[in-house]
Design a protein around this ligand. Structure first.
Ligand code: GDP
Length: 440
């Protein structure tokens, strides 16, 4: 994701931090590098200029008393101005589970609207909502079939018409049906064109007036860059856009598109989409995103990933395990590794950040191996939280049973000890508290 932008920004900050003295020329060089990085990321010039001016003003380096850490102040100021670029300070409307909300998706053709409607519905369905999809795209051939395919895959009801050509009629009929069925999240997919022409914008306006959605989401393709500014503004002038979703972040994302869309709509990015599959969809957190851009980790990212990939019951169990270090049995270890495997390497990379001693190379293949080894443990071993129980003969038996070497089993035991140790630490407590607090 945004590798070039990330490399350039982190390098600019690293150079500034490595300078012997942070004087005016070092500050200017750092800000010039940041300017170049953002312009190459296709962020509009006026926004970059504003960021640089704000950093200079807020860091106010010339008037700082001696002894103050200028590096830190400058870095924090850059961080907070980048966050401001992505956060207009006004939250988006958040649908509430159990109450009917209507969300309408708008954007140009090919942006990923139909795919994203299904992802948005699926994301909420996994959290216990009762979503439904309406295809009000009567312009593009095959739009209804595409929505139907995705909806059927994730078992979400859908409505569309292959004979009615008026999108407003279709949307109103769908709304009537799904409101009667007490669906709490009704999502309207709309049509697009290749550019923001008058007919499309007029169609959006009519649909908006007729359906009165609670939230209009503007979609922008992340590879578009600053052209997003004009697109977003054109849609905003026709309908009251309330949130932005940036699509195709797995491709040639530039970063400028997201920033431009936020600036033009004065609405926050609420989700990003990073792949064609229906689960490639993440809630967006500006701070976590900027942390990632600057090569730092942000706990919110882990917490979101955790919440999105683990069911509510499992979340409670895992939170319990993480804070229950005294009684961290091999069975609990097995569950934690299983979830790590499911969530991808992020959890462990974050955990390593908090606990630098945790094994460096626990890649998915390695986790899979550990899980196979765990299948060879007896119930006495699984229910034990004492690694000393694993005498040589048991280790040999596990190695044989799982087709591994004794050394591999030793490595797994070492990993178990590190996690057990980590689970007693305060930082982990804080993290699980965040997870529990944010449960929806
Ligand atoms: P619409 O015309 O705005 O409704 O766009 P579609 O939903 O039909 O998507 C256009 C194309 O983009 C399709 O081939 C999708 O599979 C693809 N697509 C959608 N989202 C993503 C994404 O996040 N990553 C990638 N690589 N492709 C995507």
């Amino acid at each position: 994701m945004l590798v070039e932008l990330k490399d350039r920004l982190t390098q600019a900050i690293r150079d500034m931090k490595n300078a012997t003295v942070v004087d005016e020329s070092v500050v200017n060089e750092c800000l010039n590098e940041i300017t170049r990085a953002l312009l190459r990321g296709d962020v509009p010039f006026h926004l970059v200029k504003e960021l640089v001016n704000n950093v200079k003003k807020s860091a106010n380096l010339n008037n700082l008393p001696s002894g103050i850490n200028k590096r830190k102040i400058l870095e924090e100021s850059i961080f907070s101005e980048l966050c401001n670029m992505l956060n207009p300070g006004k939250p988006s409307f958040t649908p509430r589970k159990g109450e009917t909300s209507v969300v309408m998706f708008v954007g140009l053709q090919g942006t990923g609207k139909t795919t994203t409607c299904a992802k948005y519905a699926y994301y909420h369905q996994k959290k216990g909502w009762k979503p439904a999809l309406i295809c009000a795209d009567t312009f593009r051939d095959g739009a209804l079939d595409q929505l139907k395919q995705d909806a059927v895959k994730v078992e979400i009801p859908y409505y569309g018409s292959s004979t009615e050509s008026d999108p407003t009629e279709v949307a109103l009929e769908g709304l009537k049906r799904f409101k009667n069925e007490n669906r709490d999240l009704i999502i309207i997919d709309t049509s697009g064109r290749h550019k923001q022409e008058v007919a499309l914008l007029e169609e959006m306006r009519q649909l908006y007036e007729a359906t009165k959605p609670d939230l209009v989401v503007f979609l922008i393709d992340s590879s578009i860059g600053q052209a997003a500014f004009d697109q977003a503004r054109a849609f905003k002038q026709s309908v009251s856009v309330g949130g932005v979703i940036v699509t195709k972040f797995d491709g040639h994302a530039k970063g400028g598109g997201a920033i431009s869309a936020v600036a033009a709509t004065k609405c926050p990015v609420i989700f990003i989409e990073n792949g064609e599959q229906l689960d490639k969809f993440e809630a967006f957190d500006a701070k976590a995103f900027v942390c990632r851009l600057l090569g730092k980790h942000h706990p919110a990212e882990l917490v979101d990933r955790f919440r999105d990939s683990v069911s509510l019951d499992e979340q409670a169990d895992l939170c319990q395990m993480f804070t229950d270090g005294e009684n961290f049995t091999f069975k609990k270890y097995q569950a934690v590794v299983k979830h790590n495997y499911k969530m991808g390497p992020l959890l462990l990379s974050q955990v390593r950040d908090l606990q630098p001693n945790v094994q460096e190379n626990v890649k998915p293949e390695q986790m899979k191996k550990y899980l196979i080894m765990m299948d060879s443990l007896t119930s006495e071993e699984l229910n034990s939280s004492n690694p000393k129980i694993m005498k040589e003969s048991r280790i040999r038996r596990i190695a044989q049973g799982s087709g591994c070497h004794v050394g591999d089993v030793m490595k797994m035991l070492e990993h178990y000890k590190q996690l057990a140790n980590m689970c007693t630490r305060r930082k982990m407590d804080n993290m699980t508290r965040m997870i529990s607090r944010g449960r929806m």
